[in-house]
Design a protein around this ligand. Structure first.
Ligand code: PEP
Ligand code: CO
Length: 456
């Protein structure tokens, strides 16, 4: 049945009969219909060929033949659709991926949390400030962050604005990549000097430069031998991903394509279902079970093996390799108690899944002054433990999922630069969750290269 949607009860809008977690109240139903109608007529942001290609790569990563690096902002903002911010996101992902290629000795698949990461789940539907209650900020695709009734009212026009900015972002990413921005034969682009990071720890800089020199040598050597794998290791492409939270947005861009079976969500290559919307009976699982894209699902330490099995068989009914991406986000101390049972259930039932470790979302905490942060050591701890458990269970960890930025923000504490809680207010720019900054992200790539690369 591969390639077909066997269930006639599914269509891109069949989720409308199911409970919609994280739903927002659009005050004007006609305006919503109009925006969704406009979005349905607009061209896709990605193609089914790219999606199928990614699916093959995800399947290979599940076998340990590739490594997935997925990363980007917690919440993209419409204003951040600028040349500088887009290039700095690409650069940090590119540089991390080079560290990983070098350390893991396998091709790395780069997937941005960008070109559509505009919708955010919230723990509460409303926010109260000084006795005033307004809808929470659900991301720029839904409403705006300012605490005014006007800004917080869900606006269907933002579905279109998000689509346009996602289109501009992906267009710029593609042009940069096609134009040689990410070509490994042009080290001037991936050179650290190209980034304005005077504050980069000397040891990290030295380690990175040593690695680049090694890579450049290796590349020349392999090319001199006419080595075929050079192409695969050096071909740089970026895929897009975002949380498929607004089903209006996702279903409006979901359609059939010529000469292929089934429906594709063409707003992104890899949509994922968040921890708060993965209810088996809910609208999100209903929508995502019917599309051909690979689908990610976040799994916290609360996930029981039964829930996991039900999700896996619903989201990937034909058990196709590369179709289901399980993104575990358990918290450093919860990995050992919770992850083995999920991996073991997958093995026992012969379920195909590509397992990614998101070491960010289970490690969020508040400082004594109420600032949301994460500790570098907790993030690293979750990564290392997750990898150990995967080794013990004999199920490859297919990759990692980070919230990070190429900018010098101060949102997570720790790392080589020794960022402390007192430093957090210096440049805390995230609208939602704390991200690794440029230096912390690069450092994390070296941790993975050493720990994962060293142990197979
Ligand atoms: C996220 O990835 O930004 C997020 C909200 O994650 P989770 O659903 O795992 O909490
Ligand atoms: Co987040």
């Amino acid at each position: 049945m591969s390639g077909t949607n066997p269930d006639p009860s599914w269509d891109p809008f069949s989720w409308r009969t199911k409970p919609y977690a994280q739903d927002v109240a659009y005050p004007d139903a006609t305006a919503l219909d109009k925006a969704v109608g406009a979005l349905r007529r607009l061209p896709p942001l990605v193609t089914s060929w790219e999606i199928e290609r990614l699916r093959t790569m995800l399947a290979e990563a599940a076998q340990g033949k590739r490594f997935i690096l997925q990363g980007g902002d917690c919440a993209e903002s419409l204003e951040a659709c600028t040349p500088g911010e887009v290039t700095s996101k690409l650069k940090i992902l590119l540089q991390m991926s080079l560290v990983l290629v070098h350390g893991l000795k396998k091709p790395v698949v780069r997937i941005g949390r960008f070109a559509g990461q505009y919708a955010k789940p919230r723990s509460s539907a409303t926010e109260v400030r000084n006795g005033v209650s307004l809808p929470s900020y659900f991301g720029d695709l839904i409403n705006r962050a300012d605490f005014t009734p006007q800004a917080r009212t869900p606006d269907p026009q933002l579905l279109l604005e998000g689509y346009y900015r996602a289109g501009l972002t992906i267009n710029f990413v593609r042009s940069l990549v096609d134009g040689g921005f990410a070509d490994l034969h042009h080290p001037e682009y991936w050179n650290l000097n190209f980034l304005n990071n005077a504050g980069l720890a000397p040891q990290l800089r030295a380690e990175y430069e040593r690695m680049c020199a090694n890579l450049a040598d290796g590349l020349r050597f392999m090319e001199a031998l006419g080595e075929k794998t050079v192409d695969d290791l050096t071909r740089v492409e970026f895929f897009t991903s975002h949380e498929g939270l607004s089903l209006w947005y996702e279903s409006a861009q979901t359609r059939r394509v010529p000469r292929r079976d089934g429906h594709y969500d063409l707003s992104t290559h890899l949509p994922w279902i968040g921890e708060r919307t993965r209810d088996l009976a809910g609208a999100h699982v209903e929508f995502f079970r019917g599309i051909r894209n690979p689908v990610g699902v976040k799994l916290s330490a609360k996930t029981t093996p039964e829930q996991f099995l039900a999700l896996a068989t619903t989201l990937n009914p034909a058990n196709e390799p590369g179709k289901l991406v399980c993104i575990t986000r358990m918290g450093a101390g919860n990995v050992r108690p919770a992850l083995p049972a999920l991996l073991s259930a997958a093995k026992t039932h012969g379920l195909h899944a590509s397992w990614l470790c998101d070491p960010m979302h289970g490690n969020t905490r508040s400082t004594s002054t109420g600032i949301k942060t994460r500790r570098f050591d907790d993030i690293m701890g979750e990564l290392i433990t997750t990898h150990e458990v995967h080794l013990e269970q004999g199920v490859p960890m297919a990759g990692v999922h980070f919230e990070l930025t190429g900018e010098d923000v101060t949102e997570c504490v720790g790392g080589a630069a020794g960022l402390t809680e007192q430093d957090l207010t210096t440049n805390y720019a995230s609208q939602c969750d704390p991200r690794l900054n440029y230096q912390q992200a690069l450092e994390m790539a070296f941790v993975i290269a050493k720990r994962v690369g060293g142990k197979g």
